[in-house]
Design a protein around this ligand. Structure first.
Ligand code: KG4
Ligand code: ZN
Length: 336
């Protein structure tokens, strides 16, 4: 099954993506149509608009993916698709497309959990990586510490109780007038700032808890900015961005490395859009080195939403004997 050809579709949020893979880890094409420019004017993803754009993009993106991989639809052996979690209308476009291809070609269909997909991006990037390991999945929609015991076996040890980490980045960027999506903007400007200029509260929650809370820090930044303005002082955006980022990452790094040590894992894997963050990578490297833990993360294009990671996850599910039928439905709050 090393030569098995998988077509995968991802449409859970604002990226329409189709990828072709040979085997589980060899990406022949990974076409991504981003809607960032469409949603920018609203400062965030508008679900109804996202669905409409998926619908108008999906056939073109599919054709491009096949063309770039130089394969025909009839050569495809397996069809993988994200069925949750995500925006229901957005998910339905990818699902309907995947089911239609499965019905027309008679090829098996495999539904993929979006978070499982994010983790699998690391198998594509690191050809020799194998479970078990501890994973940090950190994006605009999720913040999870996941114990991965096998290709199809994992367990959430900690998660956010309110905002996702990426959501916090996006909200704080808006407060600072940096624009959308805020993560990459804060990443960049924070490099020129002093991360200890403002000491924002580090929220660790109960002792031993691996959960997170990021809803307070947006208010913390907002209050700081307002009080500085009221006092007639100038706001140093780079300093505030760097300080916010440091407060959030201090907690994330401590909890993730702590979880790996406690569960005796010698590898940590980063995944999701925020895993592209340069400061997170640096802090993780340092903390992992201290504990003798190996650190893995995907290149930025495989961190944010893409179909290649979904294809990889579909491959490993199919190899373990999972398939879905045409009753497969979108599950917006799909548990892992
Ligand atoms: O994985 P993703 O594309 O979509 C979800 O599944 O949510 O992640 C998007 C999120 C956004 O919140 C964006 O601001 C954040 O990832 N992000 C970053 C960086 N690049 C993307 N956050 C911090 N630093 C970055 N370099
Ligand atoms: Zn995602």
């Amino acid at each position: 099954d090393k030569n098995l050809l998988t077509m995968a579709i991802e449409s859970s949020c604002d990226e329409t993506s189709v990828a072709i893979l040979r085997g589980g880890r060899d990406v022949l094409s990974n076409v991504i149509a981003s809607q960032i420019d469409v949603h920018k004017v609203f400062g965030g993803v508008v679900p109804e608009i996202a669905s409409r754009h998926h619908l108008s993009n999906i056939n073109r993106v599919t054709e491009e993916a096949l063309k770039e991989a130089n394969v025909k639809m009839r050569d495809i052996d397996l069809i993988g698709v994200t069925y949750g979690p995500g925006l229901v209308g957005a998910l339905l476009i990818g699902l309907a497309t995947a089911k239609a291809f499965s019905l027309a070609t008679g090829k098996p269909l495999v539904g993929v959990h979006h978070i499982q997909g994010h983790i699998c991006a690391n198998y594509i990037e690191h050809k020799n990586l194998e479970p078990p390991f501890m994973a940090l999945v950190i994006s605009g929609g999720h913040t999870n510490i996941v114990e991965v015991t096998d290709y199809n076996e994992c367990r959430i040890l900690g998660q956010t109780r309110d905002d996702a980490a990426g959501e916090a980045y996006d909200k704080v960027a808006r407060v600072l007038g940096l624009g959308y999506p805020g993560g990459p903007k804060i990443d960049k400007i924070a490099r020129e700032g002093n991360s200890h200029a403002v000491e924002f509260k580090r929220v660790f929650l109960e002792k031993d808890s691996l959960d997170f809370s990021f809803s307070g820090i947006k208010t913390g930044v907002l209050n700081y900015v307002n009080s500085e303005k009221q006092a007639g002082r100038e706001i140093h955006t780079a300093d505030v961005a760097a300080s916010f980022q440091q407060a959030v990452l201090d907690v994330i790094v401590a909890k993730t490395v702590g979880a790996a040590v406690k569960m005796k894992k010698d590898k940590i894997v980063l995944a999701g859009g925020v895993a592209a963050n340069s400061r997170l990578r640096d802090m993780m490297k340092e903390a992992c080195e201290k504990e003798g833990i190996e650190l893995y993360y995907p290149s930025p294009v495989l961190c944010t939403d893409n179909a290649a990671m979904i294809g990889c996850a579909a491959y490993y599910k199919y190899r373990a004997g999972y398939t879905d039928d045409l009753t497969l439905d979108a599950v917006p709050q799909l548990p892992l």
